[in-house]
Design a protein around this ligand. Structure first.
Ligand code: SER
Length: 318
């Protein structure tokens, strides 16, 4: 019996992942947990349990009661929020993740664990084209926690044989749950604003390039990585994966083209500009391509076509 536990399930990644796993693996039992007291509307059909993973006894109880065979540990603070609350970021993104690894080693033999890492692990040392083995000198607290998380995963794999797998996600674009507290969030907000207005004010300079990935590509990446035979995996820290590179200006131009009318981009940079500037514009993802056949399907034009329809439909049903 496959038993799948998702933490942070009500977030941007968790919402899509829960629905994707339910569709792809109908025989699996799925338990969703999140700090929110109730499941969001999109997840109303799932078994759901409110859980603050920083409450370790409560987290341990869920692990003992459900005895998952696979864990998708998504509960984390993103870059903007982590910068504002570094103590909580360290506690949640590092200490609780380490505690989860310890409980897995001690009580859940054979369990597979996935956690998302990020382009935030890179800093100036990686340059704008970040290789898999780039030097990691993040300048954001979020990046520091993700480097630590990756290194813990690698350590627990080699020291204890824990089957930990991870991806370094670029900015994730999706039409269901909104991202929360990240530096790449504008890439989702802009499509929502474009439904109602003909201009968008971005918190980054219009020429800031960053890597992005459309959620369907993120889903197939997680699925392929988790299904790959363990000996095929040469990276136990976290795999680089790349979708496409774009600036706020590129997003606005692509929306204008798709809608067939002008769409203006204004820019009022805030503290997230420094975070964005420290990240690469593009990732080298050869190891993912070679080890588990990674290949993205969506470029910016395809994302824009899809997002404008999906966000529009969601608005009509509200
Ligand atoms: N989307 C994330 C953020 O902006 C990057 O991992 O924080």
């Amino acid at each position: 019996m496959e038993k799948i536990l998702i933490t942070g399930a009500a977030g941007q990644l968790g919402t899509d992942l829960a629905l994707y796993i339910q569709k792809r693996r109908p025989a699996a039992r799925i338990l969703l947990t999140d700090i929110r007291p109730e499941a969001p509307q999109d997840l109303a059909d799932f078994r759901y349990q409110p859980l603050d993973v920083n409450d370790w006894p409560a987290f341990e109880q869920v692990l003992a009661d459900f005895a998952p065979t696979e864990i998708y540990h998504l509960a984390a603070l993103l870059s903007g929020t982590a910068e504002k609350n570094p103590e909580l970021a360290w506690q949640l993104n590092v200490q609780t993740q380490k505690h989860l690894f310890d409980v897995c080693v001690q009580t859940l033999p054979g369990v597979k664990v996935f956690f998302p890492s990020s382009i935030a692990v890179f800093g100036p040392g990686a340059g704008k084209f970040a290789r898999q083995q780039a030097y990691l000198d993040p300048t954001s607290m979020y990046g520091v926690t993700k480097v630590a998380g990756e290194q813990l995963g690698n350590y627990y794999h080699f020291k204890h044989g824990l089957d930990v797998r991870s991806l370094r996600f670029p900015g994730l674009i999706s039409s269901k749950a909104m991202p929360g507290g990240g530096t790449t969030d504008y890439s989702v907000e802009i499509y929502h604003v474009a439904q109602q207005q003909d201009s968008y004010t971005c918190y980054l300079r219009d020429e800031t390039p960053m890597p992005f990935l459309y959620m369907p590509d993120a889903m197939q990446a997680i699925e392929k990585l988790m299904a790959a035979p363990a000996p095929a995996l040469t990276v136990r820290t976290s795999y680089n994966i790349h979708g496409f590179s774009a600036t706020p200006k590129d997003f606005a131009a692509s929306i204008a083209e798709a809608q067939g009318r002008p769409f203006e981009l204004l820019s009022h940079p805030d503290f997230r500009q420094a975070i964005a500037d420290s990240w690469p514009a593009e990732l080298e993802d050869d190891a993912a391509r070679k080890d588990w056949d990674w290949q993205p399907d969506f470029n910016l034009k395809a994302v824009t076509a899809d997002m404008l329809v999906a966000v529009g439909e969601a608005k009509q049903t509200v």
